[in-house]
Ligand binder design. Sequence first.
Ligand SMILES: Cc1cc2nc3c(=O)[nH]c(=O)nc-3n(C[C@H](O)[C@H](O)[C@H](O)COP(=O)(O)OP(=O)(O)OC[C@H]3O[C@@H](n4cnc5c(N)ncnc54)[C@H](O)[C@@H]3O)c2cc1C
Length: 396
Amino acid sequence: MIRTTDVLVIGAGAAGLMCAATAAARGLAVVVVDHARKAGKKILVSGGGRCNFTNMDVGPEHYLCANPHFVKSALARYSQWDFIALVSRYNIAYHEREHGRLFCDGSAKQIVNLLLNENQAAGSHVELNTEIKSVEQNEQGFLVTTGLDRIQCRHLVVATGGLSFPKLGATGFGYRIAKMFGHRVLPTRPGLVPLTLASDTEMALDKLSGISLPVRMGAEDGRRFTEDCLFTHRGLSGPAVLQTSNYWQHQQPVEVDLLPQAQIEAELQALRQSQPGLSLRRGLTRHLPRRLIDTLLASRVNLDGPIGQLTREQTDAVIQTLHHWRPVPNGSEGFDKAEVTLGGVDTSEISSKTMMSQKVKNLYFVGEVMDVTGWLGGYNFQWAWSSGYCCGQAMD
Ligand SMILES: Cc1cc2nc3c(=O)[nH]c(=O)nc-3n(C[C@H](O)[C@H](O)[C@H](O)COP(=O)(O)OP(=O)(O)OC[C@H]3O[C@@H](n4cnc5c(N)ncnc54)[C@H](O)[C@@H]3O)c2cc1C
């Protein structure tokens, strides 16, 4: 049996559901298929179950993309204010956390229900548990064979997301379709991901595991993030590290200011005057956990010596270690722990206004499957909403 529809969206995640509801609200017949048993699985687990659904401050500077201008049009046409208005229309209570991040007061499920409700109200059909067997282009558009039947559509939207969190249903399917239709796919790697460090005598991770502190850190490109860093038994995690991971390249160090709120040179100078007999360790533990000081500094300076007798060389070693610590991660925790995928379908072959392929008429890509990656803080969902909406508006 062959069913026909105007629009077939593959992927009932954030971008696919937004696109489908928008297209259906404009009178198009829309079917959404997903191989998962639940729609919006990533939304459900996002933001610790409260979904950081957008940010008060959204701009192209919060995204990584080989073409930095690509996101501008969609973000302007469906902004954070549009999504906030939608959330408010559903009376979903939310709150703002640090850096303008907006979270549901209740549960991420409210956002999934909102999207499903928008789809139902507009008449789009969301079909779960449905495997895609093949996609072919024909004169009428595209013929998609699923495990259940065949669907003929005029418009095909690829909304299958990236590779992160395979246990939530992520696959490389979108990239395969893109390549099949002659699109370039830029190399993918995990983003917003914890970084791993080799544990050796200098970097005894078992001793540091559990320490969390505000830092200012970044990769070699110079961009810096002031957020918390968490030492784990495998390396570094926490928001500052996830943000840095988007910019970090293999074999490069990251630079960490472990004391962004203090000038350690001035502090030591003051202590030299007021308490010259105080040990360096006691002086530094006023600012940082002893475990951290011992691990990073014991091999470089005499922590038991009095601050009054610190040499210039020793002072420099302390400043360098605490304000400019440069560990070299040996990798990341991979797609299993990454919130997003860097790279993906090359945006230079996609219209930034409609998300339509410039190679194949009526083939579209929305959301994370494209080479667009946001910072931590609701930016990735905003991209899903904005790109999904613009695509849904563009189809005729
Ligand atoms: C743990 C975690 C927490 C996150 N928290 C946040 C947050 O708080 N704020 C934020 O902005 N971003 C967050 N993100 C990122 C955000 O979830 C994604 O950027 C966003 O979901 C991308 O939307 P999408 O629709 O492009 O892809 P997805 O939401 O991943 O949806 C893709 C859909 O396609 C389906 N699919 C895949 N392959 C196939 C196939 N072969 N056949 C049929 N269907 C298929 C999948 O089942 C899925 O339903 C988080 C990500 C993770 C993993």
